[in-house]
Design a protein around this ligand. Structure first.
Ligand code: MG
Length: 346
């Protein structure tokens, strides 16, 4: 080992040791003095977004920026920012993670008094509502009748798994069918998506919904052969292929959804009704899911939670009636008050 390499190793060892000390100090603070760690949350509490239905516009230059749906049309946030020379978050990630609701609300107030900066929603190419959330947490087996159809006992606690950001996809996306060597058993799962609005760490069920910014219609698209290949399952890999998490068309702020635990939820494939249920069939309701997760790790503003799917999935049918999704299929996921998400396979 020559001297420069030795020097490099010494420096990196030092850096690694320093990093370790920082990690240990953090663990000590979290373990022994959690109020102190709590105080590290942003000094100004995140203002929650209120009264807004938000979508994402894929602009001609490829940028994915916010639109706000109003009774007088969709406000194009980027063009309004340029026109009014105001500041505003351009993405839901920025809005939620950095607590910038007040800026967007001021922009919307200014734009509402004008006829300009509108786009025809029918002509929009939708962008992703979320591009870089800190976490995508998924709850499995969370509807009573779905647990029954696949022959599982209702779980005692919410079973958790995850997707990664590569899976995020917009309303009207096309999911490329994976190579046959990867998967041949594609299935739909329409799900209510919870969107966190501020840091939730060890919150009670009674308080949990106060941390929610809003809700979306979403798909926990699934490759069953990957998910269930190993004894005990291999859930994550079957859930996070590219575009396996379409979300949209809207983010609806939580104040507009009186009870997330009582929403009609449906799936259609090529027009045929496949899932038809209600979130009232949840095994763990929204506040129970949030509280449970937050007892184990903090949920941050902008994190999203898939809440499980009701009965009617292909996996739930007798084996000789399982006809897996294929290229050309059109899928529609609908949730009351949140709108219909559509996408296709190719
Ligand atoms: Mg699911």
């Amino acid at each position: 080992v020559d001297s420069s390499r030795r020097d490099f190793f010494q420096k990196t060892t030092f850096a690694a040791a320093t990093g370790l000390m920082i990690i240990q100090a953090g663990a000590n603070a979290a373990g022994e003095a959690s109020p102190q760690t709590q105080s590290q949350t942003p000094a100004k509490p995140h203002k929650m977004i209120k009264g807004l239905t938000i979508l994402s516009i894929r602009q001609k230059d490829g940028a994915e920026t916010l639109g706000v749906k109003t009774i007088s049309g969709v406000i194009d946030v980027r063009s309004a920012v340029e026109g009014f020379k105001m500041s505003s978050p351009m993405t839901l990630d920025d809005l939620l993670q950095n607590g910038r609701a007040a800026e967007l609300e001021a922009l919307v107030a200014a734009a509402t008094s004008s006829k300009d900066y509108r786009v025809d929603e029918g002509a929009i190419t939708y962008g992703r509502l979320f591009q870089n959330p800190g976490k995508i947490v998924c709850v499995g087996l969370n509807y009573r009748r779905h647990a029954q159809e696949i022959g599982m006992q209702p779980p005692r606690v919410p079973p958790l798994f995850n997707k990664y950001n590569n899976a995020l996809a917009p309303h009207r996306c096309t999911i490329p069918v994976p190579d046959k060597a990867v998967s041949t058993k594609l299935d739909y799962e329409t799900e209510l998506l919870i969107v966190m609005g501020k840091r939730a760490w060890n919150v009670s069920e009674a308080d949990a919904l106060n941390y929610v910014a809003g809700y979306c219609t979403a798909q926990d698209f699934s490759a069953r052969d990957l998910q269930l290949a190993l004894p005990g399952g291999q859930w994550m890999i079957g859930k996070t292929l590219d575009n396996f998490a379409p979300i949209g068309p809207y983010f609806v702020s939580a104040d507009l959804i009186p009870n997330p635990n009582n929403l009609k939820i449906e799936t259609r494939v090529n027009g045929g009704l496949r899932q038809s249920s209600n979130t009232s069939d949840f095994i763990f309701n929204c506040q129970q899911m949030i509280s449970y997760i937050s007892r184990h790790f903090p949920l941050e503003a902008g994190d999203i939670i898939f809440t499980g799917t009701p009965e009617g999935v292909i996996q739930g049918k007798p084996k000789d009636q399982q006809v897996w999704l294929k290229a050309g299929d059109q899928i529609e996921s609908s949730i009351e008050r949140l709108g219909s998400l559509t996408f296709s396979l190719a």
